[in-house]
Design a protein around this ligand. Structure first.
Ligand SMILES: C[S@@+](CC[C@H](N)C(=O)[O-])C[C@H]1O[C@@H](n2cnc3c(N)ncnc32)[C@H](O)[C@@H]1O
Length: 188
């Protein structure tokens, strides 16, 4: 009887380990579907430029809306010392982005740290932000616009592509980085 139980435990463990091995590792694909927009990572040069234009620094609370693999939040924490949060709808991407933050040595919460949280950018509260980055569709920017404009002043937001139609940018309003990408950034 003892032998039977042992064999059962052994086979169960074997099956579990096969099951774990059979789980395909999540590999994000550029262009994969997202809730409201597909995933396309912002080029490194553009990430840097957006955060520079927003004058991001260690006193900032940064939010990247639709965080993807977390690269903007990670850069905000690592290169600019901000307290960075990414909001991402795809739970697999959230895990992947937090693993990227860990690999970059900035996972966690606090100045110089980045956390990617699972959530929908249209229902998540990001009102504590002092810097917001957006790499979404113009229609989504427009949908977020009232929320962002209602936030108290002394905030910065940077987004690509295309400006939204009202409000005067106080930073240089247009720039290009490799491809003809236009950006708009304002810090009041
Ligand atoms: C164009 S990618 C930008 C990724 C990242 N911000 C960057 O610039 O590299 C947009 C991301 O938004 C996510 N997304 C789409 N709709 C969303 C929603 N309603 N709430 C949160 N994330 C969303 C997608 O899964 C995708 O990862």
């Amino acid at each position: 009887m003892k032998i039977q139980v042992r064999s059962f435990v052994f086979f169960a463990a074997l099956l579990l380990s096969f099951g774990a091995a059979a789980q395909p590792k999540f590999e994000p694909q550029v262009g994969q579907a997202g809730k409201d927009v597909i995933w396309v990572p912002t080029p490194d040069e553009v990430v840097e430029r957006m955060l520079l234009m927003a004058q991001t620094g260690p006193n900032d609370i940064h939010f990247d809306l639709g965080a993807g693999d977390g690269k903007i939040a990670i850069a905000a924490a690592k290169k600019f010392g901000a307290r960075a949060t990414g909001i991402e709808y795809n739970p697999e991407m959230v895990k992947h982005a937090n693993a990227n933050a860990k690999a970059a040595g900035v996972d966690g919460v606090g100045p110089g740290k980045a956390t990617i949280r699972h959530g929908d950018i249209f229902v998540t509260d990001f009102s504590s932000a002092t810097v917001i980055t957006l790499y979404l569709l113009p229609a989504l920017n427009m949908k977020l616009r009232p929320t962002i404009l209602a936030m108290r002043p002394a905030r910065a937001w940077c987004r690509i592509p295309s400006p939204w139609r009202t409000g005067k940018p106080t930073r240089p309003p247009r720039w290009t980085a490799g491809a003809p990408i236009s950006g708009w950034c304002r810090r009041t």
